[in-house]
Structure formats: C-alpha cells, structure tokens
Ligand binder design. Structure first.
Ligand SMILES: [Zn+2]
Ligand SMILES: [Zn+2]
Length: 387
C-alpha cells in the first residue's frame, strides 16, 4: 500500500520486495504514489490498484515530478516509460466494491482527504487491517468527510500528520482570509494565493466564487481542476466548481501574467510551498508593492522556501532572493484530520494494534496513546512488523 517519495528532497524510498501480489495507491499525492513507477523500473510486473480519480491525478503528478527532478539535476529512478508501464497494469477499484486477492478481501473506503483518496481495508485469515492513507473527517467546501463506519478493525495503520495539534475553526479562517483578500483588492492590490494544485486550488476557487474581483489561475492547478471535473462524484459541489473554474482567467501564456499583475486581482498559483512554479515569478514582480498581500493556506514543510519566508521574511528559492514589502499571512487550512479527531477515531475503532505512520512526531504520539491504553507502535523506515 503506497510507495511514495519525500517530495522536497525527491528522495527514493527503500527498495521493496518485488514478489508483491499487487500495489494499492491510497491517493495521488507524491508522498504516496511518487515511486510506484520505480517498482516497474525494478522489475515488478504486477497490478496497481486505485480509484479512477487517483489514477488520473497520479499520472499528472508523476509526469510533473519527473520533469521537476530532471530540472534539478536529480536521477528520478524511473522514466516516462515506467509510468506508461504502470498505466498498462492499472486496475480500477471503486469505493465499497470489495475484491478478492487470494485468501484476502480488499475494500476501499472514502478517506475525505482529496478526490479519490481511500482507506484500504484488508480482511485476511480472520483479521481485519485498516490503513488510513491521509484522512480528513470533517467535510470542507470541497470534500466530503471520511467514511466513519469502518466496521471491526483489529490492526489500524494511521497517518499522524497532526498528532500534536488541533486545527482552528475553518469557517473563522475562511472569514479572515476573505477579509484580507477583499481589503487588498479594494486598495487596488494583488492577493497572491500560492496553492497546491490538487485539493487546495479547488477549495479556494469554491471559497472565492462570490468575490467580485478577477481571479487568475496559473500553473498545474488548471490541469488538476480539469481532471477532477471529470470525476464529479469524487468531491462536493462539482457544479459550483465547474462554474468557478469557467469564470477564472486561466493563464496560458506569459503575457497573460501582466494582466494578472495589474490588480485589483486574485492569483491562485502553484507551488504551494513556493519551491518553484509560477508563484516565484509573481513574488519577484510584486516584491516592492506594499498594496499587495500573500496568503499561504497549506502546510509549509521545514526547509522549503515557504517555511523560510514565514520565518525570516526573505524569499529564496535558489534562483530568486527578495524581501517582499507586502504582508505574508498563514492560514492552517489542512486536508488532514487533527489530533482530537485522530484520538476520537482510535477510541471508536478500538484496534488491537495501532501502527502510527506519516508524521514528524510518531514516537512521541505512540507513547501518548499507549498511555490511553492502546497497543501502539511507531515503526521507522525499514522496520518489519508481524501482525
Ligand atoms: Zn495526501
Ligand atoms: Zn501524505
């Protein structure tokens, strides 16, 4: 289940066993899907399973990841051919349609994180295992919440991105963000919204649908939105998103960017953590303008240009180094569930064994939940567990 890369370093994962019965991708994000083609380059010739939206979005992100890694002079560990090879071995799985794998039954349930994102439930020899992938329980403007009714689970493998904090109230955050955008635009400025192509871009489009100022969409968010719109049941408010996408000015050529820069305007663009993409162009062009504003709405991983900008006020992506005169805001709109909801979920599922993954503080969290009576472990990469 899942075989990703560390996105910021494009680091390949540990070599896997190749005698796998199959590969299941929970969702398209590269920390889950980013090295599946690498299995095929190493000789794996079996099937890969995922939901239709996950396959569609994965292909876009994998091709982009190849391009980015080559541009940075890295060796990606697989080629475009391997992505195609994976494509030929793909088998679609829809939510709640269990499939037999030898003596096991596998079922995908909605995980509420991004379109197509799934929990994987495996029943084998009288035991049931659930792997959350990335999960969000509370619905947003864009996503339905995760499936709450997961049945009896013996072994739970849970993400723990936000094991250490709770998220602020999303509707309050949204009101604050809207205020900043409206005020900036009323003063003739540009509201710059760096955003992940998959997920946040679409949520922002939905949030901004009643705003009366021109909205520009730049970067991979355009293609990502198009792809999602072909899976309208995989998220909420497809009709509204389609309308909002139609109304937004899509930047196709460089000279379209000069219109966007005039203001008043709102620019939604990649990359979400400011590492690359058109956002660096906008930051450099707008750096001297005090009438503009930037709002980061996604998690900023340590060491990224986005995190450094928040901490130092200086933007440096290796090519551009500027100190923007405009204010920079951060809003914790997360597509991951928070601490209280994770713990609530564990208490409800009450698994025999709890395996914590996908977090910066998994050992500390395991310790904490052991104190609550769970048999919890936080394995390191390469550890083997017998369940
Ligand atoms: Zn994810
Ligand atoms: Zn993830």
């Amino acid at each position: 289940m899942d075989y990703g890369i560390e996105v910021q370093q494009s680091k390949s994962p540990l070599p896997p066993p190749l005698d796998l019965d199959g590969v299941i991708i929970t969702h398209a994000h590269l920390d889950h899907s980013g090295f599946v083609p690498g299995l095929y380059s190493r000789g794996y010739n079996g099937r890969t399973f995922a939901t239709p939206a996950t396959f569609d979005l994965s292909h876009m992100l994998l091709e982009d990841s190849l391009k980015v890694q080559r541009k940075r002079g890295m060796a990606p560990g697989f080629s475009s051919q391997d992505i195609k090879r994976m494509g030929r071995k793909e088998k679609i799985m829809n939510f709640k349609e269990p499939q037999e794998f030898g003596s096991s039954t596998v079922e995908l349930l909605s995980a509420g994180h991004i379109p197509g994102a799934a929990f994987v439930k495996i029943e084998s020899r009288g035991k049931t295992l659930l792997y959350t992938g990335d999960v969000k329980f509370i619905p947003t403007d864009f996503m339905f919440g995760a499936e709450e009714n997961v049945g009896d689970i013996d072994i739970l493998i849970s993400e723990s991105t936000y094991s250490y904090k709770n998220h602020p109230d999303r509707s309050k955050l949204k009101a604050q963000l809207m205020n900043i955008i409206e005020e900036t635009c009323h003063n003739g400025g540009v509201a710059l919204l760096p955003s992940f192509a998959v997920g946040r871009t679409q949520e922002l489009l939905l949030m901004l649908q009643d705003v009366q100022f021109p909205i520009y969409l730049d970067g991979m968010g355009i293609r990502a939105t198009q792809r999602m719109l072909s899976h309208p049941k995989s998220f909420r408010n497809a009709g509204m998103l389609s309308q909002a996408f139609e109304n937004a000015h899509k930047i196709r050529k460089n000279h379209d960017r000069s219109d966007a820069l005039k203001g008043p305007s709102i620019i939604i663009t990649t990359a979400g953590m400011l590492q690359g993409g058109p956002v660096s162009f906008y930051i450099s062009k707008l750096a001297d303008r005090k009438d503009c504003a930037m709002a980061l709405t996604g998690y900023q991983v340590e060491g990224t240009a986005g995190r450094n900008l928040l901490e130092t006020g200086i933007y440096d992506n290796g090519e551009i180094n500027v100190q923007p005169a405009f204010p920079i805001h951060y809003f914790d709109f997360s597509a991951h569930t928070d601490r209280d909801h994770l713990i609530k979920f564990y208490k409800r599922v009450n698994p025999e064994k709890l395996i914590l993954v996908h977090g910066d503080r998994t050992p500390e969290f395991a310790e904490e939940v052991r104190g609550m009576g769970f048999d919890a472990v936080a394995p390191k990469n390469g550890d083997r567990l017998t369940v």
